[in-house]
Design a binder for this molecule. Structure first.
Ligand code: GLN
Length: 494
């Protein structure tokens, strides 16, 4: 077993060790920050490190423990966050130059809940600009590499989160998932990623991409950590009217439930998709076989509107994005320039030219096109109808099965630069993840094996609305069988 004091121990193990005073929060944060200093120049996972802020918080946690207090379930756990989550006093850019220099005056709800639970925020992580992408190559700031093979992408858009967790540069992270951005990078980097039900976690203080699809969720090394973080961040928030008022279960209680008698559906449309790599298919089938041996009942199911998910997503998401991004007019954000004494005109000139990268511009144009007068019914309206059909497919399937199992991605991590010239190829990386966002249901990616080249493969589990507990229960079984949480990427030194 990994000793709790290595940067590779789980968030749960870190909190236990800090509370038991086997290590101080300060020592643990320092150890992790040293590791970031040694390897992140190569990986490019961090956009910003807040060493001073982190250590000050550690001292408060250590003092509370010394005084006999309990700082919470994440006491002293070193976390780092996708830079789309708004952090008080710590620059937040969503991977975009248009927000460079913006220091938010408040914490988003998920961030505030992590802090209240005792977590230490080490810094902010690289991502595709405004979460648009599947490879992290749309970051306006720098390349992020996959720790398992640094010539490959970590996935996206939460690529920095996946790379940092996989490489032991933080114990856990939060990402956001609009069409797969938690699950796809989790699969590429061999970690656990959980996209909760729409409305399970507050979006207050999450920079909006497509508001009807966006969800915040945990990216962790273990299934237990995913359960633990979800317990902390989930729940009703008066500041986000789309949050659900349902009570938050103690998700960790689900982990030892086993899978005996659970019904798991294998959607035939996902397994027969074009372009699915045979090694990915083999690893996912291996996970399915192991679940059957553990007592689950596996059946083939059909989700007949699967091939409409991609076109519907690429109307709905850009339409919402074009509206959400209208606020970045080059005047309201970007306080660094303003503070340096630039005039509003200078500021405007500076951000207009360099403000948005090509993918963001492409999405705004697509969205504006889809919403323009006279075309709304033909595009956006039609996409919303397709969305209802996709939701209907899932409702029917969950009448027969408890959980749906598929590959998370058609292939393992691809090479940096491989898909940048062809946006549609890039969009296909999310072919298996998009429909869960359109339907609002929870989804998870759990590592289930390695390809011959040593690249991680993820299995996707989809569940009924608000039934994250059953997903975690099945995920725990996959994790026990695949033994991937003990596998480490090669050491990366800058
Ligand atoms: N890759 C998809 C996109 O580019 C999904 C991104 C996401 O989930 N944020 O829109």
């Amino acid at each position: 077993m990994t000793p709790p004091t290595t940067p590779f121990s789980s968030a749960a193990a870190c909190a236990r060790a800090v509370k038991a005073r086997e290590i101080s929060a300060r020592e643990l944060a320092t150890l992790t920050l040293d590791r970031v200093a040694a390897s992140d120049e190569c990986l490019g996972a961090y956009l910003r490190i807040d060493g001073d802020g982190a250590l000050a918080r550690c001292d408060a946690i250590d003092a509370e423990i010394a005084a006999g207090g309990d700082p919470g379930p994440l006491a002293g756990v070193p976390v780092a966050l996708k830079d789309i989550l708004v952090t008080e006093g710590l620059e937040t850019t969503a991977g975009s130059r248009i927000l460079a220099g913006w220091i938010p005056p408040y914490d988003g709800t998920a961030v505030a809940r992590l802090r209240e639970a005792g977590a230490i925020i080490l810094g902010k992580l690289n991502m595709d600009e405004f979460a648009m992408g599947s490879s992290n190559e749309n970051s306006a700031f720098k390349v992020c590499r996959n720790p398992w093979d640094t010539t490959r992408v970590p996935g996206g858009s939460s690529g920095g989160s996946a790379a940092a967790v996989a490489a032991g540069l933080c114990a856990a992270s939060l990402g956001t998932d609009t069409g797969g951005s938690i699950r796809q990078p989790a699969a590429f980097c061999g970690i656990v990623g959980l996209k909760p039900t729409y409305g399970r976690v507050s979006r207050y203080g999450v920079i909006a991409f497509a508001s009807s699809l966006d969800q915040v969720g945990p990216m962790t090394r273990t299934v237990e950590d995913a359960a633990l973080l979800l317990e902390v961040i989930a729940g009703f928030d008066p500041r986000d009217a789309t949050t659900v008022e349902a009570p938050v279960p103690r998700y960790r209680d689900a982990l030892d439930g086993g899978v005996r008698g659970l019904k798991i559906g294998l959607p035939k449309e996902f397994f027969s998709a074009d372009g699915i790599d045979p090694e990915v298919a083999a690893a996912v089938s291996g996970a399915a076989d192991a679940l059957r041996e553990a007592g689950a009942i596996l059946t083939e199911i059909s989700l007949p509107h699967t091939d409409l998910a991609l076109p519907a997503y690429y109307l709905v998401a850009p339409a919402e994005a074009s509206s959400n991004l209208a606020r970045y007019d080059g005047v309201r954000y970007g306080l660094r320039q303003a503070a340096a004494g630039a005039s509003l005109l200078d500021l405007y000139k500076e951000t207009r030219g360099t403000g948005f990268g090509p993918e963001v511009k492409r999405r705004i144009m697509l969205g504006t096109f889809a919403l323009r007068a006279g075309y709304y019914d033909a595009y956006y309206g039609k996409a919303q109808k397709v969305r209802t059909l996709i939701k209907g497919d899932f409702d029917a399937a969950f009448g027969e099965v408890d959980v749906i199992l598929s590959p998370t991605t058609p292939t393992a991590a691809f090479a940096i630069g491989e898909k940048t010239a062809r946006p549609i190829d890039m969009y296909l990386a999310d072919i298996f993840t998009l429909s869960a966002n359109l339907a609002g249901i929870p989804g998870m990616s759990v590592p289930c094996g390695l390809t011959r080249e040593g690249l991680p493969v993820g299995v996707q589990l989809l569940g009924r609305p608000l039934d994250e507990a059953t997903l975690l229960q099945v995920a725990a079984s996959v994790e026990r069988d695949a033994g991937m949480s003990a596998r480490r990427p090669p050491e990366v030194q800058s």
